[in-house]
Structures are given as structure tokens and as C-alpha cells.
Design a protein around this ligand. Structure first.
Ligand code: SF4
Ligand code: FES
Length: 259
């Protein structure tokens, strides 16, 4: 049991648990403010960020017949409350107040779709590998700008506001993996490179300064690329950066197919 307030984040709770109950509890975080994307987990089965999820938004009524072991962890199958749920990569939960019934229960698990490294830490390398494969860096031909007396000053990469608007929203992606964890097709990235990789690819395909759009579209015009997207749109619901991932998937799939 720990003390928590409704406005506390789930990350606050975990830090308290780590300081006061179980120093071995493993979870990943960095900025604490929804900017770095390092702390994606499943909360009550939904992929989201620990640092932006508040107790009041996610605590469920304690409900009936919740079985907890001596350390406060709960088994959702109600069978074996003594097994090491962390080692098994199964959901764990912790009461979030001294009186669990007052604030309820939050169930946590590592981000779905990825191998569990330990406790709430998922190995997101499969996503990062897919991102890297698609070469997520601008490849642009700069225009030489000169000073009044004709000397070379700087390279300029000119773009008007309408061209910027084509891709600017996609630059908000922080590669947290929440959309991948929500995608029923991704599951580790073998069959589908995943929505995050396609978002990053789309970000450069839609950038008027980038000169590799054709190659980038070739790279995702594959069986495990746009062809694998089933348009389930589960990826849209929880993007912490407000990207309508499902809609963006739709746009990039159409763009590749209509070439
Ligand atoms: S699109 Fe959104 S949910 Fe997906 S990785 Fe980027 S920030 Fe995370
Ligand atoms: S800790 Fe950086 S996004 Fe949550």
C-alpha cells in the first residue's frame, strides 16, 4: 500500500513504490513530462505513458474478489497469487492509496507487442530497428545563399508554410511505441514494420525538401510495409502526441498505391 492523490501520475506512484516498497521494481522514464516517450506501458491493458496518466483517470474500482499477495501484487486470472508475475511478463497491479477502495486499482504491464526485459520494461529495439531501416533523416539539396558581395554564406533549405504544414504534425512523434503496442498486426515487427516506422517515413515523404521520396515509398511498398496495414486504426486512439496515426496510415497507404 502506498499513499497517492488522485492528481498524481502513475509514474509518481511507481517512484514512491520504488523508494518505499520495492527498490528492485524496474520501469523506464526520463523527462517525466510526455516529451521523451521512454515510459510507454500498458495501463489497464491500454498502451500509454506513465508520466501523463493520472490516478484519477486510470484507477478502477477495486471490484470484487481481487486477490493480492503479501506485496500487493494482483493476479488477474485469480489462480496463482504467489508466482512471480514480473518474470512471467504478466500484468501487475498495485493499490494506489492507503485505502485501496477509495482510489481503486491500476493494472500495469510492459508495453504489448514487444519482448519484456524486466517488470515494466519492454525491449523496443524491434521498433527502433524498423525506424532506422527506413533512414529517418532529411536528405535535401540545399540552395547556396550568397552575401551581397557574392560570397557563399550558408546553405538554405527553402520551404513555404503550406509545404511545412504537409509534414509538421508528424514531427511530433517521439517514438514511444504506444501506437505499435496498440496495433494488433505489429506484434514485434516481423509481419508489419509498424505504424511508428510508417509515420517517420511519411514525415520525410511529405517534406518538400527531401529528395528521396521515391526511394522511401519503394522501401515501404512491401508485404510487411503498407500492404500489411489492416486499417484497424487501434493506433489512433492513444497517441500521446495527438497524431491521428490511423488517418496518417490511410494517407500514406493511398499515396504509395496511387503512384
Ligand atoms: S505516432 Fe504517436 S503513439 Fe506512435 S510512436 Fe509516435 S508518438 Fe508514439
Ligand atoms: S518520461 Fe518522458 S514521456 Fe514520460
Amino acid at each position: 500500500m502506498i499513499e497517492a492523490r488522485p492528481e498524481d501520475t502513475v509514474l509518481d506512484c511507481l517512484l514512491t513504490i520504488k523508494r518505499t516498497v520495492d527498490p528492485t521494481l524496474a520501469f523506464r522514464y526520463s523527462c517525466g513530462h510526455g516529451m521523451c516517450g521512454s515510459d510507454a506501458v500498458a495501463i489497464n491493458g491500454t498502451p500509454t505513458l506513465l508520466c501523463t496518466a493520472t490516478v484519477k483517470d486510470w484507477a478502477k474500482p477495486a471490484g470484487t474478489a481481487i486477490q493480492t499477495d503479501d506485496e500487493g501484487f494482483r493476479r488477474t486470472d485469480g489462480v496463482d497469487t504467489t508466482a512471480d508475475a514480473a518474470d512471467a511478463g504478466e500484468p501487475q497491479s498495485a493499490s494506489t492509496a492507503s485505502d485501496a477502495a477509495s482510489l481503486g486499482v491500476i493494472e500495469l504491464a510492459a508495453l504489448p507487442g514487444f519482448p519484456v526485459q524486466r517488470d515494466l520494461i519492454a525491449d523496443i529495439d524491434p521498433m527502433l530497428d524498423q525506424l532506422k531501416k527506413l533512414k529517418p533523416a532529411l536528405e535535401a539539396d540545399g540552395v547556396l545563399a550568397t552575401t551581397k558581395d557574392g560570397k557563399i554564406d550558408v546553405f538554405e533549405y527553402l520551404q513555404n508554410p503550406e509545404q511545412l504544414a504537409q509534414y509538421e504534425r508528424l514531427t511530433n512523434c517521439i517514438a514511444c511505441g504506444v501506437c505499435e503496442g496498440a496495433c494488433p498486426v505489429f506484434a514485434g515487427g516481423d509481419a508489419f514494420i509498424g505504424p511508428a516506422a510508417l509515420i517517420w517515413s511519411s514525415r520525410f515523404i511529405n517534406d518538400s525538401r527531401d529528395v528521396k521520396a521515391a526511394e522511401r515509398m519503394d522501401a515501404i511498398d512491401t508485404a510487411d510495409g503498407v500492404a500489411a496495414c489492416q486499417s484497424v486504426r487501434a493506433c489512433s486512439r492513444q497517441c500521446p502526441r495527438g497524431i491521428d496515426v490511423g488517418e496518417e496510415m490511410w494517407q500514406i497507404v493511398a499515396k504509395v498505391r496511387e503512384r
